[in-house]
Design a protein around this ligand. Structure first.
Ligand SMILES: *Cc1c(COP(=O)(O)O)cnc(C)c1O
Length: 463
């Protein structure tokens, strides 16, 4: 492709992007395809000769678009949002154009320095104290993995990377049932083993791990000869938005000298509003905190903000410096690839700069506050309707409910009927062993009218 053709198609594609976003409500939210439908439309081998861009774009509409679930659809109420605000998309276009590898300071000083400053903007915005420094990970799963690796190395006195784990003390890590499955994966990958992930029962309205039971579990593990290594707490668990009582839990982690990681992947964005910070009160005592600007805030995937009270243990766990990665005479600079598992890194901070400047924090807060208050209103409406019952009250903008008087199969059937219909998109979870329907409000362009619309669709679909 020649560059003049690139600029012609670039302009067409940005027009396409604006049209797509402004007409999304006309499309079903969840893809309405059957397995294999899309693959059947793709040529089985690469062409030997070139295809015209016009033909490729036509095929994109014909082959790809029907098989897309529209995460940017304002009536997307499933999972958590994966917002991509327009200024963030523009920044990503620039980043793809520059396509720099940002693993070391010298491989793009602007990317490293922008990352340091943007993480500090975010730190201030969510009210973490200024001893925290940050790095952008590709995902919260990666942040949790490196936190677990740090727990492991710290507890083994930095011998695990060198000597392996066979013969090492049997490590234990503590969390509640409410944490994301990325915690299980991190435990597997770190070689600690699922059997050593100790689940502490929950209590209270916010479904926090019970601090007393946590303390007892640690004590009895020590008595039994295990080596407690860390605690993983959540603020805004995936199923119901569970929030651990961080003041109590982190006090215990300090008492037993355990490394602590707080997974606030979704809810962390809410902390730009000071009134929601009571949900993670005590967080300043954590060693590691992750939140995803790529969920609710509007910076498009991937952008996971990982804050560390002291990055030394993390860097000690992960840094490798072969000769070709040394920046001679310039040590003391931050090389962010030493803070994460992959070496290569995209320039992810630019979209934060575009997003935060283009809206300003106050406009972003207003969005999140609206989502929270609309979730409360909708939960109230469902509660007042005898056909529905609330299972867990809203935590920020997430709540769960059920159809009154129906079994699990009927709840799933309801969710499937709604998603097959396609006007809105919701998912289910399990709460205390029973299916509940999840509803979260957080899409960047959702309006109050979309929530009214969702209520109407749910009422129609009950029958
Ligand atoms: C979404 C989510 C994750 C996983 O986030 P990724 O960035 O996709 O890895 C982890 N924990 C919680 C609480 C989440 O909501």
């Amino acid at each position: 492709m020649q560059w003049d053709e690139f600029s012609e198609w670039g302009a067409k594609i940005s027009q396409w992007a604006a049209d797509y976003h402004t007409t999304l409500r006309e499309r079903p939210v969840r893809a309405q395809t059957e397995p294999g439908d899309v693959a059947a439309l793709i040529a089985p081998s690469a062409p030997e000769g070139p295809h015209a861009m016009s033909e490729i774009m036509e095929d994109f509409e014909r082959v790809v678009m029907p098989g897309i679930t529209h995460w940017q659809h304002p009536r997307f109420f499933a999972y958590f949002p994966a917002n991509a605000a327009p200024p963030s998309m523009l920044a990503e276009m620039l980043v793809s154009t520059i396509a720099a590898q940002c693993m070391l300071w010298q491989t793009s000083p602007a990317a490293t320095e922008m990352e340091t400053v943007m993480l500090d903007w975010l730190r201030q915005a969510i009210g973490l104290p200024n001893n925290f420094s940050g790095v952008i990970q590709d995902s919260a799963s990666s942040a949790t993995l490196v936190a677990v690796l740090t727990m492991r190395e710290r507890a083994l006195n930095w011998s695990g990377n060198q000597s392996g784990l066979s013969g090492a003390a049997r490590l234990r890590i503590y969390c509640s049932e409410e944490v994301h499955t990325s915690v299980d994966r991190a435990i597997w990958v770190a070689g600690i083993g699922q059997d050593n992930l100790v689940r502490i029962p929950i209590s209270g309205k916010l479904r926090s791990m019970n601090p007393q039971l946590l303390k007892e579990a640690i004590q009895s593990d020590i008595a039994a000869g295990y080596c407690p290594a860390g605690i993983i707490a959540c603020t805004g668990g995936t199923g119901t938005g569970a929030c651990d009582d961080l003041s109590e839990v982190l006090k215990i982690s300090k008492e037993f000298d355990l490394y602590s990681h707080v997974d606030a992947a979704w809810a962390g964005a809410g902390m730009i509003c000071p009134e929601f910070r009571e949900l993670w009160s005590g967080v300043e005592a954590a060693d590691s905190v992750v939140f995803n600007p790529h969920k609710w805030l509007g910076a498009q995937f991937d952008c996971s903000a990982h804050f560390l009270a002291d990055p030394t243990s993390l860097v000690k766990t992960l840094a490798i410096q072969p000769e070709y990665l040394k920046t001679h005479g310039r040590d003391g600079l931050i090389n962010y690839s030493e803070w994460s598992v992959p070496l290569g890194r995209r320039f992810r901070a630019l979209k934060l700069w575009f997003l935060l400047r283009s809206y300003g924090l106050e406009a972003l807060r207003l969005r999140l506050r609206n989502h929270v208050s609309w979730a409360e209103d909708l939960a109230k409406r469902l509660e007042d309707n005898p056909q529905f019952e609330i299972v867990t009250a809203p935590i920020l903008s997430l709540f769960t409910f059920r159809l009154t008087g129906f079994d699990d199969a009927a709840q799933i059937d309801f969710v499937n009927r709604i998603n097959d219909d396609g006007q809105i998109y919701i998912t289910q979870t399990k709460v205390d062993g029973k299916i509940a329907i999840r509803f979260q409000i957080g899409q960047f362009d959702v309006t109050e009218a979309d929530i009214q619309f969702a209520y109407k669709v749910m009422c129609e679909m009950v029958n």
